[in-house]
Write a protein that binds this ligand. Sequence first.
Ligand code: GLN
Length: 498
Amino acid sequence: MGAANRLLDLSAYELAGKIRDREVSATEAAEVANRRIESVEDEVKSFITVTPEVALERARRIDERLADGGEVALHEGVPLVVKDVLSTKGTRTTCGSRMLEEFVPVYDATALARFSEDLVMVGKANMDEFAMGSSTENSAYFPTRNPWALDRVPGGSSGGSAAAVAAGEGWWALGTDTGGSVRQPAAFCGTVGLKPTYGRVSRYGLIAFASSLDQIGPMTRDVRDSALLLQAIAGHDRRDSTSARQPVPDYVAALEEGVSGLRVGVVTELTGAEGVEPEVREVSERTVRDLEAAGASVGEVSLPHATYGLPAYYIIAPAELSSNLARFDGVRYGLRVPAEGVHEMYRRTREEGFGDEAKRRIMLGTYALSSGYYDAYYAQAQKVRTRIIEDFRAAFSEYDVLVTPTCPTPAFGIGEKVDDPLAMYANDICAVPASLAGIPAISIPGGTVDGLPVGVQLMADHFEESKLLRAARAAERASEFRFQIKPDGAQNGTGAGS
Ligand code: GLN
C-alpha cells in the first residue's frame, strides 16, 4: 500500500526517471493510475471513457523495450490523461457531445503520435461540449467535480483533465486552450496549465473549435512536468500548415537558469479588472514580490485594449466555431437522426446532437458573419484583436514576462453560473488576451483563498516558452503552495494489493 502511495506522490518527471532507471516498471505505474481511477472516479468523474487495458498493454510494451535494452524517451511510460477533443486511434472520441458519442477515430492526433507510439493513456477526459465553456457543465454526459471541493466546478473546458491530475488519476494530462481552457481549469484545481504559442504544437487531430486560437497544452503537477510534456508534443508537422518550423529547445534544461535580470511587468488593466476579487489579486501580487526577491526587476505595464479582448473573443470564437461545426450534418461524421428528406435529417441531427451552448454559439457566430452585420461585429472584433497584438508588442519591448491573475475568482459552485452565460464568459477576462495574440501563457498555483487554489498567469512573447517556464519555475519554488492529491479521504485504499 505504502509503495503505491509513494509512487503517486512523485512528479511525472521523477516517475519518468525511475521508469528509465528500471526502479519502477511502466506496468506498475499504469496499475497505480488504474487503481486510483477506480477508487475516486465515482466522486470526481473526470473521464468520459477510461482505458485501463490500453494503458496496461502499452506499459507492458514499454517494459519489454526497456528489458531488451531499447531506447525509451524520458516521458514515455508516465500515465497520461487525454482530453476527449483529441483524436485517439481505436478509442472513442466524443468531444463532450452527443454528436460524436460513437465516433472512433482512425488515426491519432499528431501531439499524441509524437509523444510515443506506446502512449500510456489512462482515459479520455470530460470537457465542455466542443470545448465551449468554463466549468465542464456543458458536457453532454455529466459535470466533473473539483477534487478540492466536490460541490464546485473544476473549470473548463479541460475540466476533466485538470480534475484527473489533481486527483492523481494520471500523472499529467493534455488539454486544449482556445480562450483559457487549459489555464483556467488548472488554476481551479491547483495544477499547472500551459498554453503554448499558437503554432508551437500541431493541431492535426484536434477537433476544431476556433482554428485561429486553438492550441494543445500540458496540464501537470508542476512547472518541470509542463516543460517535459511540452517538449514531447511540440514541433513542426506537415499536416498542420499553421505549425511552426522553429526548432524545439530543451525546455527542461532552461528551467534552472533563474530570473535574475528578467523584467516582469504587472498588467494594470487585468490585475484591476472588473470582478477580480481582492484576495485573488493579493495572490498574484505575492507572486510578483517572490519574483522580485529572486532577482527579477518589476514594473507596471499597460495593455490599454486588453479588457476589450473578452467581447472580441466572444465574436471571433463563435464565428469560427459556427463554420467548423457545419461539418456535423449527419452525413459525414457521428450522429445521424433519420428523417424524411435531407433537410429534415440535417435539422433533426443538429437539434438532437448539439447542446444549448453549442446552439447558442452557432447562432451568435452565424449572426456575426452574416451580411449586413459582418462589419459591425466580426470585422470590428478583428480590429480589436490587432490592437491587442500591438499592445503586447509594446509591452514586450520593455518586459520579458507579464503577470496577471488567471481568473477573477477561485472555483465557483456547480450550478452557480450555468444559467447565466455572460457571468460564465466574464470568467475568461484575463485569459483571452494571450489567446487573441497567440502568445504563450501559463497558470501556476500561487496560493489558496478559503481553502481553494488560486492561479497566477504569466505570459511571454511568441516562442519564448523557455523564458516563461523559467519564470514560472522560480515563482513556483518561492511559493508556499505545493501540489497535493485531492480528495484527501479517498487516497486510502489506492495502494490496496501492492
Ligand atoms: N471558456 C472559454 C469559452 O467558453 C474558453 C474555451 C476554450 O479555451 N476552449 O470559449
